[in-house]
Design a protein around this ligand. Structure first.
Ligand SMILES: [Zn+2]
Length: 422
């Protein structure tokens, strides 16, 4: 215990050196450690005694099973939609440590905390570790992170490589960092770490098509300032489950595949659509976050719409796949418009509705707009408006579409009802 405190105080000093010492008293110092043979742990340390560690994001209550307090004096509870760690006797404390379960899980509308690579490497989402002392007000946006790893592993944060340990101030949705034995691969358009199990299949496909997709997007949305980092990981499963999940954080794209050791993608067109969708996110240059969970259709629908355009332009041999996908999205969304709404669907956990209706709405706008590239110019206009203090919400986009992109009053009203705007 004492040794640990001394170690942590080193980080307190190191982190305060980043010049934000004024807030240091109100934040927790988070240290994630990959041990050589004892798995993964995380510890939270506070300068002042606290009553609770409250996690900033609780998409579900899975920490109750997957984060085990190392001391039996602590417990994690799920209260009013928040996961909270306290001492069982209610007394104040200044340090708590957890043993983590470092396997891939799907969290509702959140990125996976751990994406394992087949060689033992790991991509970790820092945002999963954001926590507040006693209470989260919702306005916290500065998190003190430190990592330690065995000496034979490499730590990669941003595009920087570290050995043994590093620390930084994190913010917003956090970022992915890597701990493992692979080196960064510098491509012309991006920096990547691709799982050895994927290099002959989707990894090769990615290297061929991703630069072309990026040039396509660059023509409209402009270059990305810094070379993005791409992580493609693969984890074997023993319960027969298989699939993939992708995501984007500022300057990072990550894709995880999971399944049997012999897993390979059955449908090349679906894989390309997946790449195109994630590539589109990289160029969205989001001016802030969607206001409500339902507003996520804005950027998911836009990414779907750009995937459609990219596929039709770069791999026209898959036109039938694209048309079927667009028709299915339209059918699904019209069904929702008839008897339900997006807020209802999101409430019921049907996030696919955001993608389907998003694609359908952008397609409708594109059809109504007499000029070319309606989706692209509408998106750029929405971001410019948001940067000038406008909201990044459904109402703004639909008003813009009606006023400047020829969307009919009937369609606009129907979409407003679908989204739950009166
Ligand atoms: Zn997406």
């Amino acid at each position: 215990m004492r040794r640990c405190l001394i170690q942590m105080s080193f980080y307190v000093i190191a982190l305060c050196g980043f010049s934000i010492s004024a807030v240091a008293e109100d934040i927790l110092f988070t240290e994630i450690e990959k041990h050589a043979d004892l798995g993964w742990t995380v510890s939270y340390q506070s300068k002042e005694p606290i009553k609770a560690v409250v996690f900033a994001n609780s998409p579900d209550d899975s920490r109750l099973k997957r984060w085990l307090p190392i001391s039996s004096e602590f417990s994690v509870n799920y209260i009013n939609g928040k996961e909270i760690a306290t001492r069982k006797d209610g007394k104040p404390f200044s340090l708590v440590r957890f043993q983590l379960t470092p396997s891939y899980i799907h969290l509702p509308k959140s990125y996976a905390p751990f994406s394992p690579f087949s060689d033992g490497g790991m991509l970790v989402h820092s945002g999963r570790f954001f926590a507040c002392p006693n209470i989260c007000s919702g306005s916290e946006n500065i998190w003190a992170m430190a990592i330690k790893a065995p000496v034979d592993d490499t730590i990669i944060v941003g595009s920087q490589t570290y050995l043994k340990k590093t620390s930084w101030w994190d913010k917003n949705d956090g970022q992915k960092f890597y701990i493992g034995k692979q080196r960064l691969n510098y491509n012309e358009d991006y920096i990547s770490i691709v799982d050895a199990k994927l290099t002959k299949t989707v990894g090769r496909q990615l290297d061929t098509i991703l630069p072309r997709m990026m040039s396509f997007l660059e023509a409209t949305y402009g270059v990305i300032e810094n070379k993005p980092m791409l992580f493609a990981s693969f984890g074997e499963t023993s319960d027969g489950s298989f699939g993939r999940q992708g995501g984007v954080l500022p300057n990072q794209v990550f894709m995880h595949w999971y399944g049997a050791a012999t897993y390979h993608e059955q449908n090349p067109a679906a894989t390309l659509w997946f790449f195109a969708h994630e590539a589109a996110h990289m160029y969205q240059k989001m001016a802030g976050q969607a206001v409500t969970p339902v507003d996520n259709w804005l950027h998911e629908g836009h990414a779907e719409m750009m995937a459609k355009k990219i596929m039709l332009s770069l791999v026209p041999q898959y036109q039938h796949f694209v048309e079927a996908k667009v028709a299915q999205a339209k059918g699904n969304c019209l069904g929702i418009m008839k008897s339900s709404s997006l807020p209802e669907q999101v409430e019921a956990g049907n996030y696919q509705a955001l993608y389907d209706c998003g694609l359908y709405i952008y397609s409708s706008i594109e059809i109504a707009y007499p000029k070319k590239h309606g989706t692209e110019s509408l998106w750029v206009a929405l971001m410019a408006q948001a940067r000038n203090g406008g909201q990044l919400d459904s109402n703004e986009l639909l008003s813009l579409a009606q006023e400047k992109y020829s969307l009919s009053k009937k369609d606009t009203d129907d979409f407003r009802r679908l989204i739950g705007i009166n």
